[in-house]
Write a protein that binds this ligand. Sequence first.
Ligand code: GAP
Length: 452
Amino acid sequence: MATEAVTMDKIVSLCRRRGFVFPSSEIYGGLGSTYDYGHYGVLMKNNIRASWFEAMVRDRDDIVAIDSAIILHPRVWEASGHVEGFTDPLVDCRTCKLRFRADKLEEEQCGRKPSKHPGETPECDLTDARQFNLMFETSVGPVRDAGSRAFLRPETAQGIFINFKNVLQLARRRPPFGIAQVGKSFRNEITPGNFLFRVREFEQMEMEYFVPPADAERWYRYWIDERVSWYLRYGLRQSHMRVREHTPDERSHYSQGTSDIEYLYPIGWSELEGVANRGDYDLTRHTEYSTTKLEYVGPDGERYTPFVIEPAVSIERIFVAMLVDAYDEEEVAGRGRTVLRLHPQVAPVVAAVLPLIGRHEDMVAKARGLYEELRRRHVVEYDDNGAIGRRYRRQDEIGTPWAFTIDEQTLEDDTVTVRDRDSLAQERLPMGGVRAWLDDALASDWTTPKAD
Ligand code: GAP
């Protein structure tokens, strides 16, 4: 039985304790809201990325991949509207010297009195709001002048639009078709925070789906449904997800319709992924600024600028949502355990191989043999260090779905026990069948055992 509510602090503490995520540059005192991923964090991110790529590209005939540069021609960001409009309103407090987003003051904490919001105490002395551009500037080449000014991309999407013509010609596509990209994006957020939820450097997964204008609304609805189904398939609880349509005044400058897929994070309902109907804004603007015509011309001469439907998300927001959804503290036989009930295809380690007695030579030999066999196909761990209960709990905390234990009986009849992370049920399997059992278990549908 789960006992405690999940807080962001608990997730941060587990991530640190088990080596998923560390504060970055710690030996230099840290760099606010910047994080480095440890071994299990890297494995889990790889799994999230692979699962997204499988659903968005590998399993489909209508979407191709691209990997564009991070630093693009500066005109790209003029055409996209980012130079002019990718801003947040900023206020300074002259008393505590902190900066806040003027439109999110109710989510911020006063620097002197954290129980209050900025502007709520008599000492708060806020400046008027001014617009602050979120793009990180850099310069290209050895001379730093106006001509060398460039930006780190704040979204991967523009690298897709400027390659529209290449893909149309070289990949021989016709609408509806999509181009998908995964890669780092950078935003100089005024108030990053809530662990990985809002960071300045994050890995986006975006797909731009080009459609005939008359079909845009249908495809917009289609992609909202597809993306919600993807989250359910990977175990997020339905009751912790909802779709929220933006009001017209909330939408970005390019949008004809946007819906947020929201997750109930410990900070409340917040955007996990956005799905937008970008209309023909981007292709039209890049046509205008580059003078290269970005349009579709059909075999019978029909020509039009496709509309674009865009599902866009960061691995970071999925990573946090999946950890929050999976986290449980419970009591088993009078002892507490923390467990991550992650989808087996997302969990950093698929299975642990454990000799019951770590110093028993025959058990160790058998366990190592099984480990060597399984690691050829899967990420598995071998552990013979400490009491078996402690080893199980360690695996529970990193979300390992199954543990194979080699004991006295293995030496007699060549069977092993498999322990299920969630139900704690144990069954015996012939040693020779473990690999096939694991392949099957991983390929099977999975639903979270947590109540919805
Ligand atoms: N190309 C459209 C675009 O970038 P967005 O709503 O600004 O739209 C898309 O960002 C997604 O990127 C968000 O839904 C969120 O998952 C993620 N994201 C945006 N800013 C982020 C940040 N500072 N930290 C982590 N993830 C972020």
